[in-house]
Design a protein around this ligand. Structure first.
Ligand code: PMP
Length: 440
């Protein structure tokens, strides 16, 4: 296949969109996707088609939600059936508790569920529940972990230009946000214990991605989650797992099932409804039941019947016998193939894999920490992502690859062949030789 040279339909839409839509995109990160956002016409299974008629194997999956693949027939049928019965009632319906019961059955230790619309919102609810339960206000967050874009949480995710992590993540963010958070390196239980052991730190909760997916697909260091559990119990602090990426993805019961550690609260989103906007806060009944004792949890669209119909069908499909073993073997095949391809081209790359999530990080040999992730060569990777796009593979900047139950070995092999071609391309050669000029 001849590499795609241009995307005239997408380019003209990108020009037009910026005159009416702030930044031309619906969420800021999309503007960073090279060469500019691609405008899609439709998707089915593992494939997407853009407005210029190009077909891609999709490893973006809407930045994670579409774990069953695009337009999964069972999800579409469930949503279609609900569509004709009303869109939102502003009162009770069977879906809201039936799916909550399912989540409690699937995820160990989840006794109650609250519905919300996005991960960012659900994290806010969890923080409020933790503050209400403990009467304390501050929380621990780990470097490189992402918990949404809200004022309290958008901190210590990526370094500022001067390399500092203890700065605000956005202009306009409340400066006092920095005072409420204690950011620590992930994986070092001694620093966590030191902070928790000092009562003046006033810590209500420890938030963690149980496996660090936003900065490198890094599994928790051995025993770290158990040690966190013990330390939180000892000091009366809540442990909160942000399972927005890992939930229902790295096992049916997410990281809680996979690592066997039960947090007090957990946040789910993305994969739970295969692309429909649903998030959940789950956890101990006594914590969640604070919503009947003065803790406000609100939202016009919370638990609306359409997204819950999508969630019910998604959980049914994911619950089939071989789903997770198949997702894992697709992940292994992709990780293995990418690794071999980089070696063939004489480029170092760390490749990590956790079920259907794969991380590729060029120019480093090992990826077990956030600082290692930052040392990878992300400008080279941007060139690679563009060359993959030219070859019919839609992949995220930042090196994370998402696989769905709709992907096949053929899709993976096509991605690996595209990577082989991309690494041999003139653009990648040039990007590498420019780098060796500046790096003595
Ligand atoms: N937590 C984690 C771990 C995430 O990856 C994300 C989004 N990528 C969020 C929270 C925020 O979720 P949302 O984008 O739905 O607000």
């Amino acid at each position: 296949m001849e590499p795609i040279k241009e995307w005239p339909g997408s380019a003209s839409r990108w020009d037009r969109a910026r005159h009416s839509l702030g930044g031309g995109v619906s969420t800021g990160l999309r503007a960073t996707m090279p060469p500019h956002p691609i405008y899609f016409d439709h998707g089915a299974g593992s494939r997407l088609w853009d407005v210029d008629g190009h077909e891609y194997v999709d490893f973006v999956l809407g930045w994670g939600p579409v774990l069953l693949g695009h337009s999964n027939p069972a999800v579409l049928d469930a949503v279609a059936a609900q569509l004709h019965r009303g869109q939102t009632y502003g009162s009770g319906h069977d879906g809201e508790f039936e799916v909550a019961e399912r989540v409690c059955k699937i995820v160990p230790g989840i006794e109650r569920v609250l519905w919300s619309n996005t991960g960012t919102e659900a994290v806010q609810v969890a923080l409020r529940l933790a503050r209400a339960a403990t009467g304390r206000s501050r929380f621990i967050k780990f470097e490189g972990h992402y918990h949404g874009w809200s004022d309290p949480m958008l901190l210590a995710y990526r370094p500022a230009e001067d390399g500092r992590l203890d700065t605000l993540g956005s202009r306009g963010q409340l400066g006092r946000s920095l005072e409420d958070v204690h950011t620590l390196p992930w994986g070092d239980i001694d620093t966590v214990r030191q902070v928790l052991g000092d009562p003046s730190t006033d810590i209500a909760a420890v938030f963690t991605e149980p496996a660090l997916c936003n900065s490198g697909v890094i599994p928790p260091p051995p025993k770290f989650l158990d040690d966190l559990r013990d330390a939180c119990d000892e000091f009366g602090v809540l442990l909160i797992f942000d399972e927005v990426i890992t939930g229902f993805r790295i096992a049916y019961g997410g990281a809680i099932e996979r690592y066997g550690v039960k947090p007090d609260l957990a946040i789910f989103a993305k994969a739970i409804a295969n692309g429909f906007p649903l998030a959940a806060i789950g956890g101990r009944a006594d914590l969640i039941d604070q919503t009947v004792h003065g803790v406000v949890h609100a939202g016009t669209y919370n638990g609306n019947p359409i997204v819950l119909a999508a969630a019910a069908a998604t959980l049914d499909e994911l619950g089939q016998a071989d789903t997770y073993s198949r997702l894992d073997s697709l992940g292994v095949r992709l990780a293995h193939g990418l690794g071999k391809t980089f070696i063939k081209h004489g480029i170092n790359a760390a490749i990590n894999q956790l079920g259907p999530v794969v991380q590729c990080a060029p120019d480093i040999v090992e990826l077990t920490t956030f600082p290692e992730f930052l040392r990878s060569n992300w400008s080279l990777y941007d060139t690679i992502v563009l060359e993959l796009l030219r070859r019919g593979v839609f992949a995220l900047p930042g090196g994370r690859w998402y696989l769905s139950a709709a992907h096949t070995d053929v899709d993976i092999d096509r991605a690996i062949a595209a990577m082989n071609d991309a690494l041999g391309s003139e653009a990648v050669e040039q990007a590498r030789s420019k780098l060796s000029e500046v790096q003595p």
